[in-house]
Design a protein around this ligand. Structure first.
Ligand code: PHE
Ligand code: NA
Length: 451
């Protein structure tokens, strides 16, 4: 059998893993999550979640991919043939995400263009939901394809296809080596620009002023864990696939810690960027920061355009902002689709080109639904279901399998063998108790609130 592809360098691997982790979630979810959950005080549960779940889980996944040299189904098949299905469940979740995540990337691509002359006009909300999305009244009413969205989604799928067919090193690694450093530079430029705007400091006060009383609320802690899992792309096939391309001698534990810390640093930068912008907008419009703070689609495509309208040099900030979202999104999309493709390559020994073409074509066909006037409504439903149940569910099965059925001893030996710093009982306890408890709690709570 041909030798498994490998990353060209350690930095290349870390940048690819960071590229997967840093995504729309860092920019539009983290700042609001922090603000809502005690501001500066949120740092405490966040860092706690990062140390007790984020890094330990990442070490485990990097270790699994590296040890069994395969994508999720292959990893779990190697552990025991009856577990292969868990791998495929994870792949299914990843594939589902790839289909609608790309729709949002399509919007950010379109908005990068709109930002040049603020085509959204004086009413960004009306523009986004009306003229642009052509939102219908119900998810059962599609209302026809929106051509600019279809065009942008085609482009996004095309970029992903190109990166994956070009190979691990020549495609994925190369793309992330450009995208991720550039993303950091652009965000820093944006920050320098926006923190000097009037009102920016008020915005940052809102974000960072700690409200320690919130820490008594258990849901704040659950939110911190939820954010860490989604943000790090752990628990559903992605990091397994990426770490399966690591050379034999690789420092697993250090790579995991570095990946997690870079992702966390980027989230903090995004928080500063977003809240400086919100502060400036509040000042310009005579509102309160609390009234304009928000997350998700509303933040990115309604609030930010409105904020850009009131800024000096709107084209500059606007274009850069949406370009950053696009780059963060594309590097994550590549990782989701790679997780799916590599699973089929491992299983059926198809060529990379054939596999990526089939996966991307199927994904693209399904994305069509999200380019219609009913797209956002369907996206909301699917995203809610995937985030609240599917991701938690497959991650939970994985962690229970590893800590209670298979046991963590083998993987512990494996990751410690090549790593600078070793993990011991604390690592096991974090996975067996803390991570299982919090994931389990969140999963049960979500089922409960959804019914
Ligand atoms: N980690 C990414 C983010 O924070 C999200 C993501 C989801 C990435 C699914 C890959 C796969 O936006
Ligand atoms: Na990314």
């Amino acid at each position: 059998m041909a030798q498994r592809e490998q990353w060209g360098s350690r930095a290349g691997f870390v940048l690819a893993a960071v590229g997967s982790a840093i995504g729309l979630g860092n920019i539009w979810r983290f700042p609001y999550m922090a603000y809502e959950n005690g501001g500066g005080a949120f740092i405490i549960p966040y860092i706690f979640a990062l140390l007790t779940a984020g890094i330990p889980f990442m070490i485990m996944e990097f270790g699994l991919g590296h040890k069994y040299r395969g994508s999720a189904p292959k990893v779990f098949r190697s552990i025991g043939s009856k577990w292969e299905f868990l791998g495929w469940m994870q792949v299914l979740v990843a594939f589902a995400i790839s289909i609608y995540y790309v729709a949002v990337i399509g919007w950010t691509i379109n908005y990068t263009g709109f930002a040049f002359n603020q085509s959204w006009g004086a009413d960004p909300k009306g523009f986004f939901f009306g003229e642009y999305l052509g939102l219908t009244g119900s998810p059962f009413e599609l209302g026809g394809i929106r051509w600019p969205i279809l065009g942008a989604c085609t482009l996004a799928w095309g970029i992903t296809w190109l990166a994956i067919t070009s190979g691990v090193r020549k495609g994925i690694e190369r793309a992330c080596k450009v995208l991720i450093p550039l993303l950091f530079v652009l965000v820093l430029i944006l920050i320098v620009r926006v923190v000097n705007l009037p009102g920016a400091m008020t915005g940052l006060d809102y974000l960072f002023t700690p409200d320690f009383s919130r820490l008594a609320d258990f849901s704040v802690w659950a939110d911190a864990y939820g954010q860490i899992f989604f943000s790090l792309s752990i628990g559903f096939a992605i990091m397994l696939a990426y770490s399966s391309y690591l050379p034999k001698k690789s420092d697993i534990n250090n790579n995991a810690a570095i990946t997690v810390f870079i992702n966390c640093g980027f989230s903090m930068l995004s928080g500063v960027m977003i809240f400086a912008v919100l502060g400036n907008m509040a000042e310009a419009t005579g509102q309160n920061v609390a009234d304009v703070a928000g997350a998700g689609v509303g933040l990115a495509f309604v609030t930010i355009p409105a904020a850009i309208n009131t800024m000096p040099a709107p084209a500059f900030v606007g274009t850069l902002f949406f370009l950053c979202l696009t780059m963060a999104g594309v590097s994550s999309h590549i990782s989701i689709v790679e997780a799916v493709s590599s699973s089929f390559i491992d299983k059926f020994a198809w060529s990379r080109k054939k596999t990526a073409s089939i996966v991307c074509a199927a994904g693209f066909a399904l994305t069509l639904v999200f380019t219609t006037g009913g797209g956002l409504l369907i996206l909301d439903i699917v995203d809610h279901f995937i985030n609240n149940l599917c991701i938690l569910g497959v991650a939970l099965v994985e962690i229970i399998l590893m800590s209670y059925i298979v046991g963590l001893d083998d993987i512990q030996k494996h990751v410690n063998a090549t790593s600078d710093f070793t993990v011991g009982n604390a690592w096991k306890l974090c996975l067996k108790l803390v991570t299982v408890a919090i994931l389990g709690y969140s999963f049960v709570m979500n089922i409960y609130t959804d019914m």
